[in-house]
Design a protein around this ligand. Structure first.
Ligand code: RRO
Length: 292
């Protein structure tokens, strides 16, 4: 491959490529994050971590849908004290930036504040759907940390652009759009909901058009950089997000289906696209679809 056109930086983070591991998939251990980084991810986001450990919801926690997955994991995590050790370890073996909630002291480079889980009570979209509460939470986190704060937005709102404005006014340095879309599945044999938690969040290719629309709306509303997230499976998906206004894309469900090699394949595809079109940097195509 000729000159690397893929390096970018956003909200103070230097990325070797614009493809980033999304929270929730593979971001549990230093080793899995290392595999993803070595496969070409420009940064990795850990699973969301809380103060106390959480077991998560009873099984089944994931069900396959047409062109996607519905999950209701229930925010399973070991709590920040135990997880901080994993982050410290990850930072000894990783060269790419790491984002983790309440983990900056352990060496994380940014916080991705998850205010948008569609089905975990009190800590998820109850915050991200309520402008007043959202502003308060973002302000508090900003006051507590010096590193970039990225706010992950919910698509399950009436007007994501308005919510984006609230987050940015409260101090968000960047935004991730989007978390999963509220969903459920029913087993026709048992005639009961499939997921242990009944309702969950849909991810994967099925939600890409929703995510593209959200990124497009958010780009028009605010000036901070956006991580596009939702259904990225190949380089065309990634380029579509960049054209909609994302500065980088996050990949979650895509890596659950494919090997981490997906990052390299997508990076190569973006690079070839940029070369063919005569661009010198990935930054040049961010938001281009808004020219029309
Ligand atoms: O753990 C989960 O069930 C979960 C979370 Br925290 C989230 O933000 N989004 C999602 O689809 N699942």
């Amino acid at each position: 491959m000729s000159k690397n056109l893929l390096t970018t930086n956003l909200a103070g983070l230097k990325l070797a490529s614009p493809t980033v591991l999304a929270s929730g998939v593979m971001g549990y251990t230093g080793e899995s994050m290392q595999r993803i980084a070595e496969a070409g991810a420009g940064a990795v986001v850990t699973k969301s971590i809380g103060i106390e450990s959480r077991a998560g919801y009873p099984n089944p926690t994931v069900v396959q849908a047409n062109a996607g997955l519905i999950n209701a994991m229930g925010l399973p995590n070991p709590g920040i004290d135990e997880y901080a050790e994993e982050i410290k370890y990850a930072k000894t073996i990783l060269k790419v930036p790491t984002a983790a909630q309440k983990a900056l002291k352990a060496g994380a480079d940014a916080v991705e504040l998850n205010v948008s889980c569609p089905h975990v009570k009190d800590t998820g979209s109850e915050i991200g759907q309520n402008p007043k509460v959202l502003a308060e939470v973002v302000r508090k986190v900003k006051a507590a940390v010096r590193k970039p704060v990225i706010v992950k937005l919910s698509p399950n709102v009436n007007d994501i652009a308005e919510i984006a404005k609230v987050a940015v006014k409260a101090g968000a340095n960047a935004l991730t759009a989007i978390n999963t879309v509220k969903a459920m599945a029913i087993d026709v044999e048992t005639q009961m909901p499939v997921l242990g938690n009944v309702k969950g969040g849909l991810s994967g290719p099925a939600i890409k058009p929703i995510a593209i629309r959200c990124v497009y709306d958010v780009f028009e509303a605010v000036k901070v950089p956006i991580f596009g997230c939702g259904g990225v499976n190949d380089w065309k998906d990634a380029v579509e997000f960049l054209l909609a206004g994302a500065s980088a894309v996050q990949i979650g469900t895509g890596v659950a289906f494919e090997e981490p090699g997906l990052f390299q394949t997508i990076n190569k595809g973006i690079q070839t696209y940029l070369e063919k079109k005569g661009y010198r940097s990935v930054k040049e195509i961010v938001g281009l679809s808004h020219q029309a």
